[in-house]
Each structure stands twice: as C-alpha cells, then as structure tokens.
Design a binder for this molecule. Structure first.
Ligand code: DGT
Ligand code: CA
Ligand code: CA
Ligand code: ZN
Length: 583
C-alpha cells in the first residue's frame, strides 16, 4: 500500500462523511490529510517505520493512526464500516456531473431518495427542480448525467485501464511457466476508452498461469475459468480476459486480439488474396476449393515478420483501426511516430495561483525530474472565476516571478509564462493585447456558454484563432470522456483556420479529455497544423499525463516533427519570438 492509495482512502472517507452530513471540520481534516499525502516527497512506509508520520504537516493525530493501520494491515475497518453505512445509490450519484456530496445529501434528506431509479423518477416529476438550490436547469443536467452514465458505464479511461493492466502484466511475466506476455485489445491500440483488458500469454503449461490469474489481488469475481481462457472482474469494474496459447501461436493470437476488428478483417482478406488463411491460431496455405493444405503452418517470430510475410511494413498497434493503414503499409514506409522520449517540455499547466494544487517552484522541480528543458505555465484567466482565474495584477506578479526564476536559473529549467485565456462567448479574449502581449504564449480555450449553436461556436473559436496573440487553441471540443459530450463545433473549419493563422492546436493530454481527438489529426497535420501535447496538469503528478497525449498523437499518425514540444528550447524560443513579432 503506497501513499496514493492511503490518500485515496482518506479522500473517500471525506466524501462519505460529507454525504452523512458530518462535522465540516472532520471532513476537512480528511481532505487535507489526503492532499498532504499526495504531495508528500518521501516514502510513506519508511516514515511510518521510523515513527515520523506525525511530522507530516496537514496530517492530524487521528489520521496518523489510521494511516498506520492501513499500512500495517492493508485495510481500515473505520472506512469499511462508513462505506457500508452509506447506501450504494448515493455513492453512484457522485459520478453524475453537478452532483456533489452536499446536493446528494439534500436529495436524500428532503426527498428520501437513495437510488438512481428514485432520482430519475423524482427528476421526471419535477420534484428535484423544486428543491432549494436546484431548479430546472440542474434537474435537466441530472437526467442527462444519469443517461450518460448508463451509456458510458461499461467503458473506462485508457489511463485507468493501463494503470490496472501494468501490475497484472508484470505478474504474468514473473511466472516461471510464462515465456511471453502482452496486453492486447483497445488498451494496446491506445484507444481513449477501453471496454475490457485482454492478456495474451505464451506458455506450454497453462495450468499455473490460470491459477495465478484467477486468484490475484483485486479480483471481485471470476466470471469464467477454463483451461486456456479465463475472465475476471476487477475492483473498479474493469473486466480482464486472459488467453494462454502455445508459444508458436503467440504472435498470431497477439495480433488477432489486438484488433481492431476492422483491421483484422482487412488483414484476413489480404491473406486470402495471397492464398493463405489467417486466424488467431496461425497462417496456413489454402488449397484450391478452400481446403487447408498439408503444407505446415507459417512460423513467425514477431508481428513485424507477420506483416512482412503479407507484403506489408510493420504497422504499430496505434494505427490498427482499419483506417487506411494496410493500404499505406503496402505502398510506403509508415510515419516514424512520436515517442514519449521525444518530448522536451510541456506548455499547458496550472499552479495554485488558479485551480492547481502545486506552487510554481514545485511544478518546475517536477518538470525537471522528467528531464525536460522547459515548462510552460498557463493558469486560468479571470473569466474562469470558478477556477480562481488570474486578474491582470496577479498574472503580472506571476510573470515577474517567472522572469526572476529564469534569470537566477534556480529552477534548473526554463519557464515560459503563458495563460489559458478564456474565449468569451463572442470570440473575444478575456484580456486585452496590453496584458497578452506581455506573455511568452497564450492558450485560448472555451470554458463557458457550451450550448451555443454549432455555427456560433465555430465562429467564436475561429475569431480567437485569428487573434494575432493566440499561440495555441486549447481542448477543441471541451469533451470529458465518459462524462460529458463536447460542445458542437465544426472541427474541419477550425483546423483550416488554425492552418491559415499558424496557430498550434493542443492535444490536451488529460486522460479525460484527449482533445483534439486522434481521428482528426491526420488531416490537420496534412494541412500543416502543428500539435502541442499539453498535460493540463493541475498538480505535479498531472505532468505524467503527457504520455496519454503521446498515444493520442501516435493514433493520429503524428511524427516528432509535427509535435511542437519535441523541439529543443532554442528552437521553441525562436518560434515563439517570430510568432509574436508584428508581420
Ligand atoms: P474494447 O474491449 O471494447 O475496448 O475493444 P477491443 O478492441 O479490445 O475488443 P475486444 O476486447 O472485444 O476484442 C479484442 C480484439 O479481438 C478485437 O480488437 C479484435 C479481436 N476480435 C474480437 N472479436 C472479433 C470478431 O468477431 N472478429 C474479428 N475479426 N476480430 C475480433
Ligand atoms: Ca478489450
Ligand atoms: Ca476482450
Ligand atoms: Zn481549460
């Protein structure tokens, strides 16, 4: 159990207490305890063993005791009892946008409702709108939230799926019976959401592999158990499939279960047209009349060999969506896709000056640890008051602090002063040129009036893109994966405007956004639009999201040259200077 897990338990306790209407001081103690652990530098277990938990600022005595119990036993009876005492329906309500613990408590107290079905009915009868602090608008939002939850409930964010899959893959690889193990499916292809996990293992002896897989930590239920195939449901709701195959079938199984289905269909057709039958089990010569021949099945050592056998260059998993990759791999080399190690810095990041949780210095230190050359700060502007957006004065102070750090060199990394500037409903920017001209760069984003017509929204965003001081366009559609659809906007027109005005489009790499979507990047890059992979970090841990952005870029066929923040510091400075110089 690590500090992240302990922090997560404390956060959940805070929420549960709030649902129960507990003393706000008690709620706050758990919230600040969770934050203290999240931002803790050292190893929690070591601190506990040397009796130093009490010295962590923000961690009160009661929480120290609970942290010790968690670290020692891996469980916390207090947490478990609290959780059991709260109806599960109320916990589900937390996943509905716009419903926090306070509102859920009101729904329970005033309407005596503890289930989603009950809540749906109460919305349909208008009883929710009548509650103080709710109204028609929030009632409508709740109905939509419940509907979305049903539609989205069975998928999971790519980031979460990867976090869940990694220790399982490691565990499988550690078994002596296992020769090779990989994850396949949508996770391997880097799709923004994942339905279930698929593991493929090469082993001459499936028994012990199945035994380990169906009894590992974190399983809620074994849903299927066979000799070579099992499925389990994991904590957090993800389902995972495991297939164990003989080593000579591994590459075929891995390719098949990586998918996508569309890619597989085209690959099979290609094999057939060359006289072979391709399946998850292998590649065999077809006789006339469709019968299998006596010729032994084809052997391949890896996927590259499989593709080569069919006359293709190797196709990276991210490109296997049946969107022209096979035709391309037949004709010419595929693009050399951008890699995580190509990234030299990141631009769209928040500090505690707006709605982030870390200071400028902490963010800089964390960025330096990634080995980056530069870090761009882009806090919110004043119109985003709900995110504590900066006034001109506060922004000016931040710019001065950044200049001071750059001059003294004490941050050990170059800092760019930027802003995530609100695009106001009419397409004008939240600050005038006097303020914006003082910055190294500007990310322009929509954070309000989401319900504008597609026409108005498109005109609004294009107006911002045409502003000479806008460097990048933030999250094109504002979507929140599995929570909220993006606003309506004509992406093709915005891409054309970005190309015409030399404006970079962001790949917002926050796992819940991944916006602009990978499906649009091939066309955008062909038009000459540059991407910037922007983690939209709100704390030091959030900087790691750049990796999700790299996967999105790869799915969009992007090379390092097409991603702005793969450039070294001197080139970036040069580009930004030229961009700002009056034409
Ligand atoms: P997911 O889990 O919904 O996010 O998406 P995938 O792509 O991981 O799909 P999944 O887990 O149902 O199956 C894994 C792969 O297995 C899939 O990408 C392609 C292959 N596959 C599964 N069913 C079929 C099928 O009926 N035909 C073909 N050609 N391939 C299939
Ligand atoms: Ca899957
Ligand atoms: Ca599956
Ligand atoms: Zn934003």
């Amino acid at each position: 159990m690590d500090k992240k897990t302990v922090a997560a338990v404390f956060s959940e306790i805070a929420v549960l207490l709030e649902l129960e209407g507990a003393n706000p001081f008690k709620v706050r103690a758990y919230q600040s305890g969770a934050r203290a652990l999240e931002s803790l530098d050292g190893d929690l277990r070591e601190l506990a063993e040397s009796g130093q938990l009490g010295n962590i600022p923000g961690l009160g005595k009661a929480l120290v005791e609970k942290a010790e119990i968690l670290l020692e036993t891996g469980r916390l009876p207090y947490h478990e009892e609290l959780k059991a005492s709260v109806p599960p329906g109320l916990i589900e309500m937390l996943e509905i946008p716009g419903l926090g613990p306070k509102k859920i408590k009101a729904i329970r107290d005033k309407l005596d409702i503890t289930t989603l079905e009950g809540l749906t009915k109460a919305c349909e009868d208008g009883r929710v709108a009548a509650l103080p602090g709710f109204g028609q608008k929030s009632q409508q939002k709740i109905i939509e939230g419940i509907r979305n939850r049903e539609a989205y409930g069975r998928r999971h964010l790519w980031w979460k799926a990867r976090e869940t899959a990694e220790p399982i893959l490691e565990g499988l690889r550690g078994l002596s019976a296992v020769e090779r193990a990989e994850h396949a499916g949508s996770l391997r292809r880097g799709l923004e959401t994942v339905g279930d996990l698929d593991f493929i293992v090469a082993s001459p002896e499936p028994g012990p592999v199945m035994e380990w897989f169906t009894s590992m930590d974190g399983i809620l239920e074994v849903t299927a158990r066979g000799e070579t195939k099992s499925s389990v449901r994991l904590e957090g709701g993800l389902q995972a499939d495991l297939r164990v195959v003989p080593p000579e079938q591994f590459v075929f199984a891995l390719h098949h279960f990586t998918g996508s289905k569309d890619h597989n269909v085209k690959m099979r057709q290609r094999a057939l047209s060359r006289g072979y039958s391709l399946s998850e089990w292998g590649l065999t010569r077809k006789e006339g009349g469709g019968k299998e021949s006596a010729e032994p099945p084809v052997r391949v050592a890896d996927e590259a060999e499989l593709f080569r056998f069919l006359g293709l260059r190797e196709i990276p998993p991210e490109l296997r969506e049946g969107m022209g990759e096979i035709e391309e791999a037949e004709e010419r080399d595929l693009p050399d896709l951008v890699k995580p190690t190509d990234i030299r810095g990141v631009f769209h990041n928040h500090t505690n000056a707006s709605d982030g949780h870390a200071t400028l210095a902490e963010m800089a230190r964390a960025a330096k640890e990634f080995g980056w050359e530069y870090l761009g700060i882009a806090d919110h502007s004043k119109a985003s008051f709900q995110a504590n957006g900066l006034s001109a004065e506060r922004l000016e102070r931040q710019v001065a602090e950044i200049r001071r750090l750059n001059e003294s060199g004490e941050a050990g990394i170059h800092l760019f002063s930027g802003l995530e500037c609100d695009i106001l409903p009419d397409g004008s920017l939240d600050f005038g040129d006097d303020v914006l001209g003082n910055l190294d760069y500007v990310v322009a984003s929509v954070h309000s009036s989401f319900s504008q017509s597609e026409e108005d929204m498109t005109r609004r965003i294009i107006r911002a893109v045409e502003h000479p001081l806008v460097t990048m366009l933030g999250h094109l559609t504002g979507r929140l994966l599995l929570m909220r659809e993006g606003y309506r906007v004509d992406a093709a027109k915005v891409i054309d405007a970005a190309a015409a005005n030399n404006v970079i489009i962001e790949i917002n790499a926050h796992p819940r956004r991944l916006d602009m979507d990978w499906r649009l990047w091939r066309r955008a890059s062909q038009k000459g639009v540059l991407a910037s992979i922007n983690p939209d970090a709100h704390d030091t841990g959030g900087l790691a999201y750049y990796e999700a952005g790299v996967v999105t870029a790869r799915k969009g066929w992007l090379t390092a040259e097409q991603v702005f923040n793969t450039r070294p510091l001197a080139k970036v400075k040069d580009w930004l200077d030229k961009r700002k110089a009056p034409a």
